[in-house]
Write a protein that binds this ligand. Structure first.
Ligand code: HEM
Ligand code: HEM
Length: 191
């Protein structure tokens, strides 16, 4: 039930996939809004704290998922998928796995390198310490650029990834999307 089988994704991979997808979909516009709200410092501060809280949550879930992905078997490709398609899908999945770790790390670097030294209150519960980086305007601008490029780049990849899933479901009528939603019906032999 919890683990992947050769037929499909287990509950762990599916829960992590949709939870991270949902958080990621909120996090991109939230990151954009932190920039748009520059004229209202109080609102901007709140948006930043929410953005950092969700970001750290994504980082923890993404690390958990990466670990799970490494120790899990991968469901076999569905019949009638071409070799090039499989390679492209696998490359995009790997990139997304890595990006969901790298983007929050780059965001953490922005905050850590900022001379403003604003603490990160995660969900108003804990203060996450900064990374050991030298603070300067140039370092903050550097990490900020990296963070933005990776985040918007991942956004574009996700759009392609989601469109590919919808194409499989509605045009090719195969199980690609279904097996990321439902458990593999007959066997859960890996449990
Ligand atoms: C998957 C997680 C994350 C995503 C998708 C994301 C996305 C974004 C986006 C799209 C922006 C706007 C960039 C721009 O238009 O210039 C942004 C800004 C920002 N994010 Fe994140 N972020 C994530 C995690 C984090 C984390 C964990 C932190 C800090 C601990 C953080 C800190 C910041 C800061 C300080 C800014 C404003 C500075 C700047 O980059 O211009 N982010 N983020
Ligand atoms: C509406 C949005 C999304 C849809 C419809 C969707 C759909 C899917 C489907 C159907 C699969 C299985 C593909 C296969 O078996 O070949 C999959 C796998 C995957 N997706 Fe998504 N996805 C979405 C959003 C995202 C987001 C936002 C991320 C990451 C930021 C993501 C990362 C992944 C990864 C890494 C895999 C590989 C399997 C795993 O380890 O979970 N997806 N997705």
């Amino acid at each position: 039930m919890w683990r992947n089988t050769h037929d499909g994704y287990g509950l762990t991979a599916r829960i992590l996939h949709w939870l991270i997808a949902l958080l990621f979909a909120c996090q991109l516009p939230l990151g954009f809004l932190t920039q748009a709200a520059a004229r209202d410092p109080a609102l901007q501060f709140q948006l930043y704290q929410w953005h950092k809280s969700l970001g750290f949550l994504i980082l923890m879930l993404a690390l958990l998922r990466l670990f799970w992905w490494i120790v899990s078997i991968r469901p076999s490709p569905l019949p009638r998928t071409r070799r090039l398609e499989r390679l492209a899908a696998s490359a995009v999945h790997r990139l997304l796995l890595v990006l969901t770790v790298l983007i929050p790390l780059a965001g953490w670097a922005v905050v850590s390198a900022s001379p403003l030294a604003i603490p990160s209150y995660v969900f108003n519960l804990v203060v996450v310490p900064n990374l050991p980086l030298a603070a300067s305007d140039a370092a903050e601008a550097f990490w900020s650029r990296i963070h933005a490029v990776l985040a918007y780049g991942a956004g574009l990849l996700v759009i392609g990834h989601a469109l590919a899933a919808l194409q499989h479901h509605f045009l090719r009528h195969d199980d690609t999307l279904r097996r990321m939603i439902r458990s593999p019906h007959n066997r859960d032999t890996a449990n």
